[in-house]
Ligand binder design. Structure first.
Ligand SMILES: [Zn+2]
Length: 244
């Protein structure tokens, strides 16, 4: 069992071994878009399904506050916002996760503080049924609505926020880096992860043991968040603690 003190020491050790640094990102005059990953009830609203926080969580609350502020700034400037919404057909599983964000449960909808995006003129909503939003945006004919959103808006930069830092945010960002380097994304240059706008979940080892879950379900929030940031930065994403 890892106590709080040991967790703090583990994070300090990890941060020394795999450092990350947050910068200020200045969009300047470049067209910049905001991508919000999965800030839906099923991942963010207390008690709203098996993958939602069981109790209020400071990191999730900070993410929501920061995202609302940033999204309002983008809307006020007339800059485009893309929101991914994890959404599943009832009964169609997404292993290794338990059923979540099924259509009709309300879990698949934006949290109350972001529901205004549904009618915002700057916002595009994309529902997806897999972790990776770049893959989830591909339709049956092979068109990718996320890539089209980037190229149609002539974006030079995207700022990414959302949940989970080390899962849906990371998979999307890493794939976007490859797609950019492969020349699929027009003028896109900077792929920025805004750290205060990201969060992940906490599933300590002792809970995993108590629930008889596989050991790989263990997911300490602070360490997983840090590792997600590290891998995105090490692959070429820019980490920001502030947007100028
Ligand atoms: Zn899902």
């Amino acid at each position: 069992m890892i106590g709080l003190l040991e967790r703090g020491v583990a994070l300090a050790d990890l941060a020394r071994a795999m450092p990350v640094a947050l910068a200020t990102f200045d969009p300047g005059s470049r067209p910049t878009g905001l991508v919000i990953v999965d800030e839906v009830n099923g991942f963010c609203t207390v008690g709203c399904g098996p993958l939602a926080p069981a109790a209020p969580n400071a990191q999730v609350d900070r993410m929501l506050r920061e995202t609302v502020t940033l999204a309002r700034r983008f809307e006020a400037q007339g800059w485009p916002v893309l929101a991914f919404l994890d959404t599943h057909e009832p009964g169609k599983p997404e292993p290794p996760y338990p059923p979540h964000c099924e259509i009709g449960t309300g879990q698949e909808n934006l949290v109350a503080d972001l529901a205004w995006l549904e009618t915002s003129p700057v916002a595009t909503l994309i529902r997806k049924d897999c972790i990776n939003g770049f893959v989830g945006a591909i339709d049956a004919r092979g068109r990718n609505s996320a890539a089209e959103w980037i190229t149609a808006n002539g974006l030079g930069a995207v700022v990414v926020v959302g949940i989970c830092t080390d899962i849906c945010v990371m998979d999307f960002v890493l794939t976007l880096l490859s797609a950019r380097n492969h020349g699929l994304l027009g003028a896109l240059r900077d792929i920025v992860v805004y750290e205060p706008g990201c969060a992940t979940y906490d599933l300590p080892a002792e809970v995993v043991e108590r629930l008889s879950l596989p050991a790989t379900a263990t997911h300490p929030q602070d360490l997983a968040h840090h590792m997600g940031l590290y891998f995105m930065a090490s692959r070429g994403a820019l980490l920001a603690g502030e947007i100028a």
